[in-house]
Design a protein around this ligand. Structure first.
Ligand SMILES: NC(=O)c1ccc[n+]([C@@H]2O[C@H](COP(=O)([O-])OP(=O)(O)OC[C@H]3O[C@@H](n4cnc5c(N)ncnc54)[C@H](O)[C@@H]3O)[C@@H](O)[C@H]2O)c1
Length: 327
């Protein structure tokens, strides 16, 4: 696909340099933060100065968190790798090193600041584990100001029509994508309300806006999470806490690839096109900008909504989808 189509996706270096949001002194939890969009978001928040806890199922979440802290430090100092995309695809590599602006403190002419990301292994469907993790974060990092809920799964089945997805396959999707969000919000929001300060961002999907036939349980779960976000936004607005939703379109991640895998399994032997071809056909058909979004594109929108720059924005949905769904 031509990168000229609809401009170019951006990488974390560009987002960091252009946005420069102030998240100093904030404590953030990012669920599903070990990979993909959550990873990019956690790294960016850490670079902007937040102390970040990543909650994820993966075994090596602690090691991944250390790598993210190092990547965030690289963004701050301007020494990040040139192809830093934050885990997404098709981000435009920077052609030359970025020169950053005013520095907090300087080392060798570049900004230097401690970055902190800790990893905690948990399943967001486990209410007790989520409660224990919240206590541990408060003890280790301080009271939580920001929550980004990115953890999600698909059913692993391909719809078209919906009865290709056995009802039993809905359960895990609804557990993770809906009840996981409920667990996380129920544990973290009350303390934010008590402190009259906080922001929650739930990662939805364009699928939840349009009734996507691709993976109906996923689509329904993403619609539910958006509705729940509206409920929370109304409850929490008078208490100084904001709740918003970001809907990505097409970001090259493991989750996105799993949709192609489910499709490919349904094709006659030897007839399925590869992931890139499948995705590019889809993007060409439904995305006006005609290209992928990067994880960094999505992380930029999430970080903005988490920051004080979005102080009057609550109960909203921001689509980062190249114009796929226009509202
Ligand atoms: N990639 C896309 O094209 C796309 C499009 C629309 C929406 N989204 C949404 O973006 C968010 C991030 O997805 P991604 O594409 O980065 O996927 P991803 O698979 O790369 O990352 C998801 C992360 O969530 C974690 N996770 C899954 N189940 C969990 C559980 N029960 N408890 C804790 N952690 C769990 C995984 O281990 C993984 O690290 C999801 O909410 C997804 O629905 C993605």
């Amino acid at each position: 696909m031509s990168k000229a189509a609809g401009g170019a996706a951006i990488g974390l270096r560009e987002v960091y340099a252009r946005c420069r949001l102030d998240m100093q002194g904030r404590v953030a939890v990012v669920t599903g933060g070990a990979r993909g969009i959550g990873r990019a978001t956690a790294t960016l928040l850490a670079a902007f100065g937040a102390r970040v806890a990543v909650w994820d199922l993966v075994e090596d979440v602690a090691a991944r968190a250390s790598a993210m802290a190092a990547e965030a430090a690289g963004l701050v100092s301007g020494e990040a790798e040139a192809d830093t995309t934050g885990g997404g695809a098709d981000a435009r590599p920077m052609r030359e090193p970025l020169r950053l602006g005013a520095a907090d403190s300087t080392v060798g002419g570049a900004e230097a600041r401690a970055t902190e990301v800790i990893g905690m292994r948990l399943d967001v469907t486990d209410e007790e584990a989520v409660g224990a993790a919240a206590e541990a974060v408060a003890t280790r990092l301080g009271p939580v100001d920001v929550c980004v809920h990115a953890a999600a799964v698909g059913s692993g089945h391909y719809g078209f029509p919906f009865w290709n997805v056995p009802p039993s396959a809905w359960r895990r999707v609804l557990d993770v994508d809906v009840l996981g969000a409920v667990n996380v919000a129920t544990v973290l929001a009350p303390a934010m309300a008590e402190r009259r300060r906080g922001a929650l961002v739930f990662v939805g999907s364009v699928a939840g806006l349009i009734g996507s036939q691709t993976d109906p349980p996923y689509s329904a779960a993403k619609a539910a999470i958006r509705n729940f976000a509206h409920c929370m936004a109304k409850d929490l607005a008078p208490l100084g806490v904001r709740v918003n939703v970001v809907c990505p379109g097409m970001v090259r991640t493991d989750l996105n690839r799993s949709v192609w895998e489910a499709w490919a399994r349904r094709q006659p032997e030897g007839s399925a096109v590869d992931y890139d071809t499948w995705a590019e056909q889809k993007i060409r058909t439904v995305v006006p900008q005609g290209r992928w979004q990067s994880a960094a594109d999505v992380a930029a929108a999430i970080a903005f909504l988490c920051s004080d720059a979005a102080a009057s924005i609550t109960g909203q949905t921001l689509n980062v989808d190249g114009g796929y769904v226009m509202t």
